[in-house]
Design a protein around this ligand. Structure first.
Ligand code: PEP
Length: 238
């Protein structure tokens, strides 16, 4: 079971250090759960320091570029992340696809470069509300999955766009159906993302094809993030 917290554009270095210092020993209270936090670029180093060298909580970036270096203002490469001690990166988050022009092709390039450099990857996919209403969910997921490389260090996050940051969590049945479809196409573990809260976590995580969660809003508050990790540990031990 894997629980990753995507902090989005929240928490500067000071707050990140305090949060991760508190999270340091969480895995000992949540056996069977791999815990990941994904701070903004500027807070990665403080998060790694806050966790210290003993913690098994891992730090991932929220994005990564496909080139090693070059004239790409505002981007960060995989070797730069590795040099800091970052273990992985999210690619293709719907907010990057919506607001920053990421496409299936750029997602593929980011994922391949990250894996090649030695990072782990969480590759995000998911349909919009209009696509679901038009009964295009499977076609969209199949197209997005086709761009995602197969690799032992890659996990997929199914994040229906209509559920992200809206408070409208997918029902456990809807999530299970989508996860089973994705797994019929790709051998990776599949996390669910979209308004996961401490109250909804167990019912989603207990689904047979839900291997964990990518948590946005509820990961920004340490108490609710811890509660989700503890709920995951209960499901993992059942
Ligand atoms: C996310 O940012 O990946 C996410 C799922 O956000 P939220 O949990 O806030 O919907």
């Amino acid at each position: 079971m894997l629980i990753a917290g995507n902090w989005k554009m929240f928490k500067g270095a000071h707050e990140a250090r305090a949060f991760t210092t508190r999270l340091r020993h969480l895995p000992e209270r949540a056996p069977g759960v791999e815990v990941i936090v994904c701070p903004p670029f500027v807070s990665l180093e403080a998060s790694i320091q806050g966790l210290g060298s003993e913690s098994t909580v891992r730090v991932y970036a929220q994005n990564v570029h496909w080139e090693l270096e070059g004239a790409y203002t505002g981007e960060v490469s995989a070797p730069m992340l590795l040099e800091l001690g970052v273990k992985g990166a999210i690619v293709g988050h719907s907010e990057r696809r919506q607001h920053f022009g990421d496409t299936d092709e750029t997602v593929r390039r980011r994922a391949e470069a990250a894996l090649e450099a030695g990072l782990a990857v969480i590759a995000c996919i998911g349909e919009t509300e209009a696509e679901r209403e038009a009964e295009e969910t499977e076609a969209v997921l199949a197209r997005q999955v086709a761009a995602i490389p197969r690799h032992e260090r890659l996990v997929i996050a199914y994040e229906p766009v209509w559920a992200i940051g809206t408070g409208r969590t997918a029902s456990p049945e809807t999530a299970q159906e989508a996860h089973a479809f994705v797994k019929s196409l790709h051998p990776a573990l599949v996390l669910y993302g979209g308004s996961v809260k401490p109250e909804s976590a167990s019912s989603l995580l207990v689904q047979p094809d839900v291997d964990g969660a990518l948590v946005g809003g509820a990961s920004i508050d340490p108490t609710s993030f811890e509660a989700i990790c503890l709920a995951a540990a209960q499901v993992a031990s059942a």
